[in-house]
Design a protein around this ligand. Structure first.
Ligand code: URA
Length: 207
């Protein structure tokens, strides 16, 4: 009966991975908005399908469009570095994706109609991963879930319930942190470290 000695965590991860692959395959053929014409690759996700935390960014940039992987450019490298400094492993603790899967030209903000036509992919990702916490990274992701009138400086660090009662929190976007170098107390970088440290504690408490 050794074949029944499966690890439940691995099995769940495999099932989620297969379901996500099906959604990704549909997304690869997507022509639902004009961004399909200019994309090199869709940028679907990175990280672990069964991760406790799902990080949702804004939209792919040039490096992500070229590689098909989210958060690999300058902003992504800063994010990865800050995650590591706070003890969060990008590959095992997080499932990473964006509000939209194709790069907007000149890195402009995603248009409302682009977010709407891409929302079915994001909703499918949330439904399959069922994270214990969603981290909305930056104003675009936060506004998509919490409303357009909010100011990121007022909502970061707060706890919200979104999408069928999944806890969510908001952090500054690493592109913003690239323009704000200070690490003084209460600076955006200092606050982000504080937020990431709280997220690490949340992950550890699940174990
Ligand atoms: N910025 C984002 O919001 N997402 C990426 O994948 C890269 C940069």
């Amino acid at each position: 009966m050794e074949y029944l000695n499966f690890n439940e965590e691995e099995l769940t991860a495999d099932v989620k991975e297969m379901s996500l692959l099906e959604v990704r395959n549909v997304c690869m053929q997507c022509q639902n908005c004009s961004l399909a014409k200019s994309r090199t690759n869709i940028v679907f996700s990175d990280g672990y399908a069964n991760a406790p935390v799902m990080l949702i960014g804004e939209a792919p940039g040039a490096d992500e469009d070229a590689s098909g992987v989210p958060f690999v450019g300058r902003a992504g490298k800063l994010l990865t570095q800050m995650l590591e400094e706070c003890g969060i492993n990008r590959e095992t603790d997080l499932y990473i994706c964006n509000t939209i899967k194709c790069r907007p030209p000149e890195n402009r903000d995603p248009k409302p109609e682009e977010k709407v036509s891409c929302s079915k992919y994001l909703e499918a990702q949330i439904n399959i991963v069922r994270p214990k916490l969603i981290v909305l990274c930056g104003a675009t992701a936060a506004k998509s879930f919490l409303g357009d009138d909010l100011k990121i400086s007022q909502i970061r660090g707060n706890k919200y319930m979104i999408f069928d009662k999944i806890p969510a929190t908001v952090i500054f976007h690493p592109s913003y942190l690239l323009r704000n170098h200070s690490e003084e107390p209460n600076s955006p970088r200092w606050l982000t470290k504080k937020d990431l440290t709280a997220i690490k504690k949340f992950i550890d408490n699940l174990k």
